[in-house]
Design a binder for this molecule. Structure first.
Ligand code: FE2
Length: 142
C-alpha cells in the first residue's frame, strides 16, 4: 500500500513537471514570432523527451496496474491500448517538435510561424487533455 502511494506521488510529480513544460510551450507559442525565448527553446528541447518518457514509464507501473485492478478484461484492454497509442503519438510529436525548435534556433525552419505556433499548441493541448484523463483514472482507483 505504501509502495503504491509513493508510486502515485512520483507519478503526480512527473505529471506536474510535464505540465510545467506545457506552460513553457504555451508561453513560447504566445511569443511567436517576435519574442522567441531561445533559452526556453533549449530547455524544452533538452527536457521534453525525457519528461514524457518518465511519465510513460511510471504509468506502466503505477497507473495501468491500478486500472487493471478495477475494470473488466475487455474494458481495460481497450482503455490501456488507447492510452499507449496516445503515448506513441505524443512521443513522435515531441521528436518532431524538438526538430522544429532546433531548426528555429538554427534559423533554418521551413515551416511558417503560424504552422510552428499551431504545432506547439496542438502538442501542449493534447498532452494536457491526456494527463487530465489519466489523473481522473488514477485518483478514481487510488
Ligand atoms: Fe499517459
Amino acid at each position: 500500500m505504501q509502495q503504491q502511494f509513493s508510486g502515485q506521488q512520483e507519478l503526480g510529480q512527473a505529471y506536474r513537471a510535464l505540465l510545467d513544460l506545457c506552460d513553457r510551450l504555451e508561453t513560447l507559442a504566445d511569443s511567436i514570432p517576435r519574442r522567441i525565448d531561445t533559452a526556453s527553446c533549449r530547455v524544452i528541447m533538452a527536457e521534453l523527451p525525457e519528461r514524457l518518457r518518465r511519465v510513460h514509464a511510471l504509468e506502466e507501473t503505477v497507473l495501468f496496474p491500478a486500472v487493471e485492478d478495477q475494470r473488466t478484461a475487455e474494458d481495460r484492454k481497450h482503455l490501456i491500448a488507447r492510452l499507449r497509442a496516445e503515448h506513441d503519438h505524443d512521443d513522435r510529436a515531441a521528436v518532431e517538435l524538438v526538430c522544429v525548435l532546433k531548426a528555429v534556433l538554427d534559423e533554418r525552419a521551413s515551416l511558417t510561424w503560424n504552422a510552428i505556433g499551431y504545432m506547439l499548441r496542438r502538442f501542449f493541448e493534447t498532452v494536457r487533455r491526456h494527463i487530465a484523463t489519466e489523473r481522473l483514472l488514477l485518483w478514481r482507483h487510488a
